[in-house]
Design a protein around this ligand. Structure first.
Ligand code: SF4
Length: 418
């Protein structure tokens, strides 16, 4: 008979492969009777050097699983030590760690035992007990088992701050190849149920604040990359579809890592860490910078560059768009300048209401001048004509850009700026 400590060693270790656990976005005030609260910013966040959130007690209910996803260490055919918590054991562990101030909440996932419905009922039992018996106000992220009954999705959303149904792999063909029991259409159906549940609850709460919340921190998902031949273009396109259709808060990309005695269908090499990083950058371009998925790569070059970030690559292949005048260009254009982040775009738009920005002003905003100078016009700066006209960088200054340059020349003459 295993002790709780022994189970914890196995099931906390088994959970580390699920990256979909950042606790951003939830706000739940303590009610003064129970314990804990969670806040939208800051206190629920703690990241390991490789970017993963560790402030939650992150465990599996069990690593037994009836499915045989080839890339997963918990698959039924895997020869590993298995363990299973009872819902009460997870409840007690969560409370215990919370009271010791080790964690701010719980991330609970599970292998699939008996059926999606049965597994989901077990996960819900943990969250429901924490909320209703112990009045736990901390953050709860529950994994949602694709294909479980809609009634269970609804109930899970009542108790959890965030739900996530993992898309697992970029395409249906990838699932056929490596996760034969899983179907993209079933996973997306569960995402749809979460999306609709949240929409309805949010509508209801506009009418009365007494209406119950449903997954107030929304839903996220995880995608393993590099286990199949799917390209970055396919991955980004898939991500764009999921964000647009189900209003996901986050997609987490996890580079595939090979393991001992792995199935022959899997690659022998780990996915480069930089690929994962570039996918996150591409993801941000879609969510915060107004880029469309199809702009980030091309049909002929569907892979993200490992040496340059995707925004810089886009800028270098679209010389007609530059240079951008930071004192006149619309926000949408500023967002496309490599080296200027979306927060700095807001600052630039605010500051230029009062005075024209120089390179020194940008430097004070911590803009990397080395990255941006070839793409912008500022009050005291024109990009080098050799760069603007260079055949291998910014080849041609398009008519609109030339107009900006002429206006700048006029302004320089008036002010004596150089
Ligand atoms: S269903 Fe989940 S836990 Fe089970 S083998 Fe597939 S990925 Fe692993």
């Amino acid at each position: 008979m295993m002790t709780v400590q022994q189970k914890l060693e196995i099931l906390a270790d088994a959970a580390k492969y699920d990256a979909s656990c950042a606790s951003s976005g939830a706000k739940r005030a303590g009610n003064g009777k129970g314990i804990g609260h969670s806040d939208g910013e800051g206190i629920c966040h703690s990241y390991t050097p490789d970017g993963r959130c560790v402030s939650l007690l992150k465990i599996l209910l069990t690593n037994f699983c009836t499915y045989d996803c080839v890339f997963c260490v918990n698959r039924v055919s895997s020869d590993i030590r298995r363990a299973r918590f009872s819902p009460d054991e997870v409840v007690n562990l969560t409370l215990d760690f919370y009271k010791r101030n080790y964690i701010e909440g719980l991330f609970l996932s599970s292998g699939i035992i008996q059926s999606p419905d049965y597994t989901m009922e077990q996960l819900i039992a943990v969250a429901k007990t924490l909320r209703t018996v112990h009045h736990f106000g901390g953050y709860i992220h529950l994994k949602t088992i694709p294909g479980c009954d809609e009634r269970l999705v609804r109930e899970a959303g009542t108790w959890a701050d965030r739900l996530s149904a993992n898309i697992e792999l970029p395409t249906q063909q990838d699932l056929v190849q490596l996760a034969p029991e899983k179907k993209a259409v079933v996973i997306e159906h569960t995402m749809e149920q979460i999306h609709v549940g949240k929409l309805e609850a949010d509508e209801e709460r506009k009418r009365t604040s007494l209406a119950p919340q449903f997954a107030p921190a929304g839903q996220s998902t995880q995608m393993v990359v590099g286990a199949t031949a799917s390209t970055d273009r396919e991955i980004i396109g898939r991500a764009s579809h999921l964000y647009g259709t189900y209003n996901l808060k986050r997609i987490y990309y996890t580079g595939f890592s090979p393991y001992q005695n792995a199935d022959a269908r899997l690659p022998l090499q780990a996915s480069p860490r930089m690929r994962e990083h570039r996918l996150y950058q591409a993801d941000w371009l879609m969510r915060y910078y107004g880029f469309k998925a199809e702009e980030i790569t091309t049909e002929t070059d569907p892979a993200l560059s490992l040496t340059e970030d995707p925004k810089t690559v886009w800028a270098r292949t679209h010389p007609e768009f530059f240079p951008i005048d930071v004192n006149a260009a619309p926000k949408e254009s500023l967002l496309r300048v490599p080296g200027i982040g979306y927060k700095n775009v807001e600052r630039i738009v605010n500051i230029r209401r009062y005075h024209r920005l120089s390179l020194e002003d940008l430097r004070k905003l911590h803009v990397r001048l080395k990255s941006v100078s070839e793409f912008i016009i500022a009050a005291d700066h024109l990009p080098s004509p050799t760069l603007v006209n260079s055949a291998d960088t910014l080849k041609v200054a398009a008519p609109a850009a030339m107009q900006q340059l002429e206006m700048f020349a006029g302004f320089s003459a008036l002010t004596g700026a150089v």
